[in-house]
Design a protein around this ligand. Structure first.
Ligand code: HEC
Length: 145
């Protein structure tokens, strides 16, 4: 029994050596705000509820340092960014933007985003009905620009 426990501890320590790349670039030259008007209210919502997975700068909680949580978070961030990255907006072509904007309204109306698993640990990211409405209204203005 002792041996089993010891091996678990050793494995746990060893996996800590595998550290995923941090998503914390400060480079914002392709950021959506360079071409689209982002009202303060919207910026605050994106900051609170979306940017950890949809921008180049995630705010990492302490437990994100611990493997395998760190791997799980990194995969969510990479997946989220692959679908939509506000920091790389101007690098998208017309078709990518159209695709994102169409899905954008959908995920807001269905309250699919922020992801439920994220909200469990980030109560502050929960959005009110007014905040959902403000984002939907903002998406409409992007379509017009
Ligand atoms: C915990 C990470 C996380 C957070 C926080 C999050 N998302 Fe996502 N988002 C994802 C992942 C992962 C996907 C892709 C898989 C999926 O659709 O479930 C995604 C997909 C999307 C898509 C679809 C993009 C496309 O074209 O396929 C949109 C739009 C989106 N998110 C908007 C938002 C908005 C707006 C917020 C904030 C209100 C938000 N997300 C918060 C992880 C996140």
């Amino acid at each position: 029994m002792k041996k089993v426990l010891l091996s678990i501890v050793v494995v746990f320590i060893l996996i800590q050596l595998i550290r995923p790349h941090k998503n914390d670039s400060k480079n914002n030259i392709n950021h959506i705000s360079t071409v689209i008007d982002v009202p303060d209210e919207v910026e605050q919502i994106l900051l609170n509820s979306c940017n950890d997975c949809h921008s180049n700068s995630t705010v990492y909680p302490w437990y994100s340092e611990i493997a395998p949580v760190s791997w799980y978070l990194a995969s969510h961030v990479n997946d989220g960014k692959a679908h939509l990255n506000f920091s790389e907006w101007t690098a998208y072509n017309k078709y990518q933007k159209e695709h994102i904007l169409k899905n954008f309204e959908e995920v807001l109306l269905s309250h699919e985003m922020p992801l439920k698993s994220y909200l469990l640990l980030h109560k502050e990211a929960e959005m009110s009905k007014e905040q959902y409405n403000a984002l939907v209204a903002w998406v409409k203005t992007i379509k017009e620009q």
